[in-house]
Design a protein around this ligand. Structure first.
Ligand SMILES: Nc1nc2c(ncn2[C@@H]2O[C@H](COP(=O)(O)OP(=O)(O)OP(=O)(O)O)[C@@H](O)[C@H]2O)c(=O)[nH]1
Length: 496
């Protein structure tokens, strides 16, 4: 447990406390050779407690017609162990009820505890447990940790309590806020009171996930809490939906059995109300509740299917936008042709492909002539338009299978897999013609002719002129400079 919470628990003066009698009962409950007469005398010292024990004994399931009249009768009739369990149940119930608190809804807590107790007993009987009363006590006290939370963290806990729509949500909130839940606090409290491990462990595990391999004792306590939600949830059909879903995981009860369990609890409530001076009623019709819950589950399933479809669609959209992003990372922002980094990757790949498949590879470098003047005379924006238009011309003229990239500034490159020098030269001529015929419209009145200096280098496998893509690119670049130097607006082919 979180050390801060533990310290607060250890130093808290106002945790619920048990009547003195309860401590003596706990001590005796732990040893196997308890003396019936001694226990009877201990319990009879507290007449209110003794009366409740007797009443609880009479209310216990399958007791037969004979009414028990005293603690001694109870011990004879139901045995020492069960009598002590009932005495403890009442002591705990009193301790829990007396701990009236404002921050959380005490009546709600109390109703839930009592119904959980009855359910523990009913479920244990249905599941063939020999001492069902032990599960009355276990069900009753399983949420006692909530009282401890409420004492050590009153305000924070009050907020959680009132924000949670249901018990399972409260447990989630506790975990998030305190890194522990009330089952752990309850187990700590019970261990502190010296309760037998049987109860301490059941309470500690009362929020565990359940499956068909879960120990039967734990299944009883976990289900007693889930069933109890039917009596305290604002929308019992939702609670029934959760219950049916959980039950499906371990296939414990049929719908008919769930219905019988609820009926059994409802029939025991009047006696329990009398003993504990409460007024807990069953606020729903069980058959209606099961039908509503099934409908909710059907609706949920339909929604789930819808959500799943949406999730799939979102995932493919995410994938698509990832692809888009990847594509963008390859591109030059201004001109939308490939950037230098990606062109270098392509040139490497193309070079390898070319040498592996014995096919030619041409690389063309192009540099716009006197580009500085465009910027200087007509402004940077016109320069940008010129660059974009130039890039478009290259893409259009080179066609599919070629890769156009901006190498930097006003310098561009085209990777031409499978193309020999003559085909590359034909494309260069095409580019120059398009440029000549389409002067750049810089303003309404000014059209600016643009030309480029072009260098071409071709790798022909077997001729050993170039050992790498880098080498080939370098040759095309140098050839472009030669074209510049020799008068611009021309295309030259590299010669070794
Ligand atoms: N508008 C604009 N201009 C750019 C960009 N990148 C580079 N430039 C300009 O391109 C011009 C390149 O000038 P220079 O290297 O002197 O070459 P040039 O004027 O084209 O002359 P030659 O290449 O010798 O024909 C510079 O003015 C740069 O500012 C850009 O992204 N947008």
């Amino acid at each position: 447990m979180d050390p801060v919470i533990l310290e607060k628990l250890e130093n808290c003066q106002s945790l619920p406390s048990l009547p003195a009698v309860a401590y003596q009962v706990i001590e005796h409950a732990k040893c196997n050779d308890s003396d019936s007469a001694l226990i009877a005398s201990i319990l009879e010292k507290d007449p209110a407690l003794a009366a409740k024990v007797v009443a609880l004994s009479n209310s216990a399931a399958n007791m037969g017609a004979m009414t028990i009249n005293s603690v001694k009768d109870a011990i004879t009739r139901i045995g020492l162990d069960m009598t002590m369990t009932l005495a403890l149940s009442f002591s705990f119930a009193k301790a829990m009820y007396d701990k009236q608190i404002n921050t959380m809804d005490h009546q709600l807590f109390w109703r839930r505890a009592l119904v959980s107790g009855v359910l523990g007993r009913v479920l244990a009987s249905k599941m063939g447990q020999v001492k069902p009363e032990r599960f009355f006590l276990a069900g009753l006290i399983q949420d006692i940790g909530m009282l401890a939370f409420n004492e050590i963290e009153a305000e924070r806990y009050g907020v959680l309590f009132h924000s949670a729509k249901e018990h399972s949500e409260l447990v989630k909130f506790e975990q998030k806020e305190f890194s522990t839940d009330h089952a752990k606090l309850g187990a700590w409290l019970l261990a502190n009171w010296g309760m037998p491990d049987f109860y301490v462990n059941l309470v500690r595990n009362s929020h565990n996930a359940i499956n068909k391999d879960t120990h039967i004792d734990e299944q009883i306590v976990i289900f007693s809490g889930d069933f109890a939600e039917l009596w305290v949830h604002k929308e019992p059909s939702l609670a029934m939906g959760h219950l049916i879903k959980k039950n499906n995981k371990c296939r414990l009860f049929s719908t008919k059995e769930i219905s019988a369990i609820v009926d059994e609890v409802s029939s025991q409530l009047p006696v329990l109300n009398e003993i504990f001076a409460t007024d807990v009623k069953t606020p729903f019709s069980i058959s209606r509740l099961i039908e509503d819950a099934k409908q909710i589950l059907v609706d949920r399933n339909m929604k789930l299917i819808g959500d799943l479809d949406k999730a799939r669609k979102d995932a493919s959209e995410t994938k698509a936008s990832e692809e888009q992003l990847k594509e963008q990372l390859k591109k030059d922002i201004l001109t939308n042709v490939f950037n230098r980094a990606y062109i270098e990757i392509i040139s490497d790949r193309a070079f390898r492909h070319s040498s592996d498949n014995s096919c030619p590879l041409s690389v063309m470098f192009l540099d716009i002539d006197h580009f500085k003047q465009v910027n200087d005379r007509y402004g940077h924006q016109s320069g940008d338009i010129a660059l974009k238009q130039f890039a478009k011309t290259l893409v259009k003229a080179s066609g599919k299978g070629c890769y156009v990239g901006r190498y930097g500034g006003e310098e561009f490159v085209i990777i031409m897999p499978g193309m020999a020098a003559d085909r590359a030269m034909a494309i260069a001529t095409k580019i120059r013609n398009i440029l000549r015929k389409n002067p750049l419209q810089v303003s309404q009145s000014v059209k600016l002719p643009i030309s480029a200096s072009i260098g071409i280098a071709t790798f022909t496998p077997g001729q050993h002129e170039f050992s790498s893509a880098e080498h080939l690119m370098d040759a095309a670049d140098k050839t472009m400079y030669q074209a510049k130097k020799s008068g611009r607006d021309r295309a030259l082919i590299f010669k070794a």
